[in-house]
Write a protein that binds this ligand. Structure first.
Ligand SMILES: Nc1ncnc2c1ncn2[C@@H]1O[C@H](COP(=O)(O)OP(=O)(O)OP(=O)(O)O)[C@@H](O)[C@H]1O
Length: 797
């Protein structure tokens, strides 16, 4: 209790926290007191030294955890200020480190869509709002790995001392003994780490897996001159300049490509690999694979592609050897010079891009070796070097600004100064876009570089907080699959509607007839198809081929349903027409039998039995020309030809009117029937009933062709004198074709009329007539009553 009070006096903020620990209901007062005492004791001793994980063997684990938390909160506030302040300064406490380690243990360090740090709850434990947020914000932080290089020979000889320590794989202590500053990163590799360990532990393999899946992944090495960036990315200079082939020294680039080629080789999907290699030197872009270009390349921006380098060579490769040749050529073309810090100092930012194009994916791996960041020292007064350093620093400063803006929640959605340098333009997608980024911070271990090392680590701590939204790039084929899926969805809906429509219509029909039918709305109507579609619908596989098959099936089914629906509709119309016709017939019969009506006076009104119904065939005759007009229909048609003048339903039994034969209206050939068919009435659910051939009304004069081949009519266009296809049937008014009896009656009527007019016009000369003298047509031998022939027609004209 005494200790507790002491603590409260010394640190009021800590007291409130301590109280919270002391009065936790799970603890007994005794334990609470002892724990508080222990923690306070530890905290007292820890104020003067670097925070270390505390051991509490005498207390229960729950209690120990609370005490450790309490102790660390007090310590971190005392040493580094609030969490926000610490973040800003790039420092982390032991608790931050442990949080980071927990996160590491629970999640893949290159895990797009992983929960952000400190969200240790599983999805089902999370409140609904938090769950929704996590599902919507599939963000991944930039992963930061730090590599500490060993002392170089020169540094050994000079007697430089190491001031960077790596207590474990995630933490780093920097500074002289007793004044160390702690940092935590996703991965920390000490001076003794090999190139192989670097490749394995920084998550490169997972990054390449993502590239193959279509993600854009970027690795960039950052740090002061001579800190080991180039060594990490490509291996030591000797590997290229002196032709050494020590594969153990090969850097991330070679190892990544080797792994990528292995991965691609194992895959059954055919991948297409190519690469480009460029450097940005003094803010000018040069193609390292095509060094002969006398000019620098332009960086352009587009909405779809983002920033890209215009006219950059992209070279295809198939194996590691061909890639190594590319890399070696590019490395030799890169700008480098001797520097006080590094004999082979790279003076440019180099970006190698490997494009991995699969069947449906377009992944990209960018490996960036940045030029060294350093201060201009007194000795570096050569003008050229100053310009170089100025440009390098400017682009790195812009990179820093971009990182700061990206991690600032207020600025993140505002303006990010990518356009201020070519480097940031080209890294924009990796930093704040849809890519996955691994940043490798390289640091020198010597005391002389302490300031540069701290700058690099602060910079990297900030970058660690950048959140990206990784998104795999799909190519057009993927889009095609998506559009096919949409089309299938639309067809399914249409299909469902048609089925519902038909099923209700059939139910109504069955209720009327008392029959249950196997209607098209039921799946048993299409047994084979039902199985296939049901299989395809339940299956989750959505390859392009299966989607196409499914699409075709649905289209076929929908066509059938459409046809059925159309036929049903037509049947209804036909029934209605028949009903009306029958009614009309009855009416005509009533009229003709009326004592007030002269049978010869109804000729201009009737469709059937125009001449007293003498030649009307009530039952349609079966057609010889099944499927002729519509070969897709498998139904027995029953066409009825309405004869031109006699209005008989002259079925195709050879009773057609003679005069029409050979003039395109007869039914002597299939062709003629087709040509003479301006309207086709085809009805009935399974048995379309009627084909109607309407012949033209004939006035005094030669017959006119009204019905023609639709193709012909479209050719002739406006000259087509018949009714337009699909137009309502014209009323058959005064149907004046020649048939037996007509000529006599016609002649009689004319004569009578002429007589009358003559009488009226010229009472003095009653024999004068204005009418032509029409010869009475002779009936040929064997001519039936309901036929008329050419001779008859000519006699009329
Ligand atoms: N992990 C390491 N193990 C052994 N030697 C290393 C390691 N890292 C760097 N070196 C050595 O340190 C020196 C500097 O390394 P490197 O050239 O890679 O630095 P750099 O950061 O690329 O410098 P610059 O920015 O000037 O190009 C080289 O001689 C290199 O061999």
């Amino acid at each position: 209790m005494k200790r507790h009070l002491e603590l409260s006096i010394r640190n009021p903020q800590a007291t409130s926290l301590a109280r919270a620990v002391v009065f936790t209901p799970t603890m007994t007062p005794t334990l609470a007191t002892s724990s508080c005492t222990t923690s306070a004791t530890t905290s007292t001793s820890a104020t003067t030294s670097t925070p270390q994980p505390t051991q509490h063997p005498q207390v229960s684990s729950d209690l120990a955890l609370n005490v450790v938390f309490y102790h660390e909160i007090v310590m971190s506030h005392k040493m580094f200020g609030s969490r926000e302040q610490r973040d800003r300064r790039g420092f982390v406490s032991q608790r931050d480190m442990r949080d980071s380690r927990r996160t590491q243990a629970g999640q893949d360090c290159v895990q797009p869509g992983a929960n952000p740090p400190h969200q240790h709850k599983t999805n089902h434990q999370m409140p609904e709002r938090a769950k929704q947020r996590t599902e919507m914000q599939v963000e991944s932080n930039v992963v930061v790995a730090v590599r500490v290089r060993p002392l170089t020979e020169d540094e050994h000889n000079r007697g430089d001392v190491t001031i960077v320590y790596c207590p474990d794989q995630h933490s780093l202590l920097v500074g002289a003994s007793g004044q160390e500053r702690a940092f935590a990163f996703d991965v920390v590799l000490g001076p003794e780490s090999s190139q192989h360990a670097m490749f394995q532990e920084c998550g490169m393999t997972r990054l390449i897996d993502r590239v193959v899946q279509g993600f854009c992944c970027t690795v960039f090495a950052f740090g002061q001159t001579g800190s080991g960036k180039t060594y990490t990315i490509t291996g030591p200079h000797s590997l290229f300049l002196e032709g050494s082939h020590d594969s153990l020294l090969a850097g991330l680039m070679q190892r990544s490509l080797s792994y990528l080629l292995e991965l691609v080789g194992q895959s059954e999907e055919g991948f297409h690999l190519c690469a480009s290699y460029l450097e940005i030197y003094n803010e000018q872009v040069h193609d390292l694979l095509n060094p002969c270009l006398p000019y620098s390349l332009a960086v352009r921006g587009s909405r779809t592609q983002g920033f890209y380098v215009e006219n950059l060579s992209v070279v295809e490769f198939h194996d590691l050897d061909s890639f190594m040749r590319l890399l070696e050529g590019g490395m030799q073309n890169r700008q480098s010079s001797s520097h006080s810090q590094n004999e082979h100092s790279s003076r440019s930012h180099a970006i190698l891009t490997v494009y991995v194009k699969g069947m449906l994916t377009q992944g990209k791996l960018c490996v960036v070796d940045l030029a060294g960041s350093e201060r201009v020292r007194e000795g570096d007064s050569i003008e050229e070097l100053l310009e170089e350093t100025g440009n390098i620093n400017r682009s790195l400063l812009t990179l820093g600004k971009c990182i700061s803006s990206l991690v600032d929640p207020k600025k993140r959605n505002g303006h990010i100064p990518y356009r201020d340098s070519k480097l940031t333009k080209l890294l924009s997608e990796s930093l704040g876009g849809s890519g996955i980024t691994l940043m490798i911070a390289c640091v020198s271990p010597t005391l002389g570089n302490l300031q540069e090392t701290l700058n690099t680590l602060r910079y990297s701590s900030r970058a660690k907080r950048i959140k990206n939204r990784p998104m795999a790039k799909r190519d057009l084929r993927e889009k095609l699959v998506v559009s096919l899926q949409r089309e299938i969805c639309r067809l399914r809906q249409e299909n469902l509607l048609l089925q519902q429509h038909l099923s209700s219509a059939h139910k109504a029909g069955a209720r009327g007839s008392g029959l249950e039918t196997n209607h098209p709305g039921s799946m048993s109507y299409f047994p084979q198809h039902a199985k296939e579609v049901a299989g395809a619908r339940t299956g989750s596989s959505c390859s392009e081929t299966s989607l196409r098959i499914l699409l075709q099936e649905l289209m076929r089914e929908n066509n059938k349903l459409h046809q059925e629906s159309f036929n049903q509709h037509r049947a209804q119309l036909f029934n209605e027409t028949n009903r009306l016709l029958r009614k009309l017939e009855d009416l005509e019969r009533v009229i003709s039998s009326s004592p007030h009506t002269n049978s010869s006076s109804n000729s201009g009104l009737s469709m059937h039995g125009a001449w007293g119904g003498a030649y009307h065939h009530p039952v349609p005759y079966p057609c010889r020309y099944n499927n002729m007009l519509d070969p897709t229909m498998g139904y027995p048609w029953h066409p009825v030809l309405y004869c031109c003048g006699c209005s008989c339903e002259s079925g195709l039994n050879g009773q057609q009117c003679g005069p029409w034969q050979g003039q395109g209206y007869g039914i002597t050939s299939e062709e003629n029937v087709y040509k003479a068919t301006p309207y086709q009435e085809m009805t009935g659910p399974h048995r379309p009933m009627r084909m109607q051939v309407v012949l033209p009304p004939i006035q005094d004069g030669p017959p006119q062709q009204v019905g023609r081949d639709p193709a012909e009519s479209t050719k002739t266009g406006p000259q087509h004198r018949g009714p337009a296809p699909g137009a309502p049937l014209p009323r058959r008014k005064t149907c004046q074709a020649v048939c037996k009896g007509y000529a006599e009656r016609y002649q009689e009527q004319r004569e009578a009329r002429a007589q009358k007019s003559k009488v009226r016009a010229d009472p003095i000369n009653p024999t004068h007539s204005t009418l032509p003298n029409i010869t009475h047509p002779e009936r040929r031998e064997g001519q039936t009553e309901n036929t008329c022939d050419k001779a008859d027609l000519h006699s009329l004209t």
